[in-house]
Each structure stands twice: as C-alpha cells, then as structure tokens.
Design a protein around this ligand. Sequence first.
Ligand code: HEM
Length: 135
Amino acid sequence: MDKQAILDSLDLVAERSPDPAPQVYARLFARHPEMEALFVRDVTGDVRGQMLAQAVEVLLDYLGPRAFAVNLLRTEVHNHDNMGVPGETFPAFYRAMAEAFEAIGGRDWTPAMTAAWQEVAEAFGEIIAAEARTV
Ligand code: HEM
C-alpha cells in the first residue's frame, strides 16, 4: 500500500477543507440511502464527526505502528452490529471518504491516491471478514 499517497491525500484535504464530514456523509448516503436513518439520534452531527475522526485515526495507526487499528476495527464491528450496522459496511465508509476527498482535492488528487484508498477499503474489508468468521 502506498502509505505516502494516503498521507499526502490527508494533507491535501486538511489544506482545502476545515470540515470534510458533510461531504463524506453525503457520498455515503448517496450510495447507501438506507444508512442515513441510522444517524437519526445524531442531531448535532457530533457523532458523525467523531466517527470520521476515529476512522482517520484507525487508518493512520494502520499505516504506522499498528498499535490499535486492527483491534479497534474488530471492536467497532461488534459495537456497530449491536446497533444494526453490519461490519461489512465499513469499507463503504472508507470508499465514501476516498470519493469525498478526491472531490475536495480536485486537480491535485492523483491516481496513486485513488489506488491507495482502494487498497485501504480492501484491507479493512479483509480484517472485518476475518473477524466475522470468528463469531
Ligand atoms: C458505512 C459504515 C458505517 C456506518 C453505517 C456506521 C454507523 C454508525 C452510526 C449509525 C453511529 C451512531 C450511533 C448513535 O446514534 O449513537 C456510529 C457511531 C460510531 N461509529 Fe460508525 N459506522 C460505520 C463505520 C464506522 C467505522 C469504519 C468506524 C471506525 C473505524 C466507526 C466508528 C464509530 C464510532 C467511534 C462511533 C461513536 C461516535 C460517538 O458516539 O462519539 N464507524 N456509526
């Protein structure tokens, strides 16, 4: 996985957008309209913001020390399952992030970034599938 491409993409987004959350969730709900209703309790958008922040932290740890990423993903699969969100949907969130970030990055977004984000969604999908096989 091209770690530098992911880090560069996150820098690009941070430069261009003070809060990419609305765009990420707009992409997610455009592809998965049924997911919007799940956030009904999140009237302020704080939970959505927190979830995005957590997803980025997991990614950064996964690219770096891998101190907690895999365990946290596994834990969140169970937490989300309990609230009616199947773990298999997690890659969709990373794909929504990639699409929103690409739109924010505009002409400075690169094919290497697209490829690296695709690999992230696939790698996390595999971690989650392995966890699902243990329950
Ligand atoms: C498409 C995939 C996902 C969906 C549909 C989803 C859905 C949700 C929903 C509906 C809530 C709010 C529940 C409430 O009303 O309190 C939530 C909270 C949360 N999600 Fe997700 N989730 C997804 C992926 C992820 C991923 C990939 C992570 C982290 C790696 C994550 C981490 C969290 C955390 C930490 C919270 C709690 C935030 C807080 O209360 O401060 N979610 N998720």
